[in-house]
Design a protein around this ligand. Sequence first.
Ligand code: HEC
Length: 151
Amino acid sequence: MRPSTIRLSLAVLLAGSTAAAAAAKPEDAIRYRQAAYTMIGWNFGPMGQMVKGKTPWNPGEFAQRADRVAALAPQLLEGFPEGSQSGAKTGAKAAIWTDMDDFKAKMDDFVRQSQALAEVARSGDEAKAKDQFGKTAQTCKGCHDKYRSKD
Ligand code: HEC
């Protein structure tokens, strides 16, 4: 294949995937983001238990769970396409779509803090890992307080 043909195929491919994402049904986007949050919570919970001393400190497990959260965090935003305010039972407030810049900033903050958490957890420094866990948890709360309904 000539380079120009390859470039063209790639462009077609990329355009195709963007179109597919834009056409996602609201209920599918809602299910997708709830699944991602469920996986984040699944990992974040046991980390919190360790931080609070309710379960023994296990640096290997803590680092593995921190890695998972850091990998999932950047995948959340695409679960909030325009039009997915409703379509299935959701705890997402409509303010997300009217304040999208602020919502994105909060999401960026979470992504950054969760990446810092994964790094510090890998270093094995318990005190720093616990401190960074607290900072990351604050980003969950900061977003939930404003954009998640409590029902
Ligand atoms: C930038 C905003 C934002 C951040 C950061 C955030 N969340 Fe959420 N979270 C939401 C919203 C909005 C929902 C509701 C989604 C829905 O129901 O459509 C939600 C829902 C959830 C749910 C329920 C999922 C379900 O099945 O309904 C859990 C669990 C959760 N978040 C945990 C966390 C944890 C733990 C963190 C941090 C480690 C976090 N979230 C960070 C906005 C955020």
